[in-house]
Write a protein that binds this ligand. Structure first.
Ligand code: FE
Ligand code: FE
Length: 281
């Protein structure tokens, strides 16, 4: 499960990775956005969580309890967005992001809801990609809090086939491999929306669940990171190997390792990241 210092750790890791990085300005911009997420989390009004009847219904149907396609979001996410827009460090934003921020600050509620709907269903319009970055960031704040409040027993427990989050059903961002168990260690996937982490089979495609024809690729000179590639669906996902000296953070390290994405090929559609629209800034 996530902890309340998620955004603090994420911003710190982004700033640690930024100096001298070829994407330094980009990483610093994301760090500023993550700072604003932390601020929004602190000022979030009470939200609505599924009650026992809704949790039981979701479980019976084999659905994640706060799947955004099923669980109606409450307006608290718009409060998170307003706070995030007001507090983000303007100096870290490139001009298109500044314009997007200003447009969102003036937008009507139903327009914001429509952008959120499209983001959550993966149908972002090219013209609203920059605005989607802020909307996605606000939704992350709300879903991160919701997931942290859900009892572990209400998560979808037996879901080993694919890498969908047991709390919200969103795709995994990346896996972290820690020592333990067999010599291969344990892999935990991390949700791109709600930051839940969960144990997943060590060698299994997170997109289609295939355990056949899995291969690995890595960048020359890197030992802590590799891509698990699936021949069945041609998807891939990243695995980071935890080492004592390296404070890995799934989203920060994913963004800072775009070189591996280039090596493996264009980011496949299956490899979705909640901050993918950042590419448009
Ligand atoms: Fe999730
Ligand atoms: Fe696959």
């Amino acid at each position: 499960m996530c902890s309340s210092d998620l955004f603090v750790r994420r911003a710190a890791r982004l700033r640690e990775l930024a100096p001298g990085h070829e994407l330094e300005a980009f990483l610093r911009m994301v760090a500023a956005l993550v700072d604003a997420q932390q601020d929004a989390l602190g000022g979030l009004p009470p939200g609505v969580l599924p009650g026992p009847a809704q949790l039981a219904k979701a479980k019976k149907a084999g659905r994640a309890p706060v799947d955004p396609a099923q669980w109606p979001r409450d307006p608290s996410w718009r409060a998170a967005l307003a706070r995030l827009l007001a507090s983000v460090d303007e100096a870290a934003l490139p001009e298109p992001a500044r314009q997007a921020r200003d447009a969102l600050a003036k937008a009507r509620s139903d327009d914001l809801e429509a952008i959120a709907d499209r983001f959550l269903s993966g149908e972002i319009l090219p013209a609203e990609a920059a605005r989607s970055v802020f909307v996605a960031a606000a939704l992350q704040v709300v879903w991160t809090r919701m997931a942290a409040l859900i009892d572990k027993g209400d998560l979808l427990g037996d879901r080993p086939e694919t890498g969908e989050c047991p709390a919200c059903g969103s795709p995994a961002l990346a896996g972290l491999v820690s020592p333990g168990g067999t010599k291969f260690g344990h892999r935990h996937l991390h949700c791109s929306l709600c930051a839940t982490s969960w144990r997943y089979v060590r060698s299994r495609c997170v997109h289609c669940g295939s355990t056949d024809k899995i291969s690995y690729r890595q960048l020359a000179g890197t030992t802590f990171l590799r891509a698990e590639c699936c021949e069945a669906c041609h998807g891939y996902s990243k695995e980071f190997f935890l080492e004592a000296a390296r404070p890995l953070e799934p989203l920060a390290d994913d963004l800072a390792s775009l070189g591996l994405d280039l090596l493996v090929g264009e980011r496949s559609e299956e490899h979705t990241s909640e901050l993918q629209p950042l590419a448009y800034l």
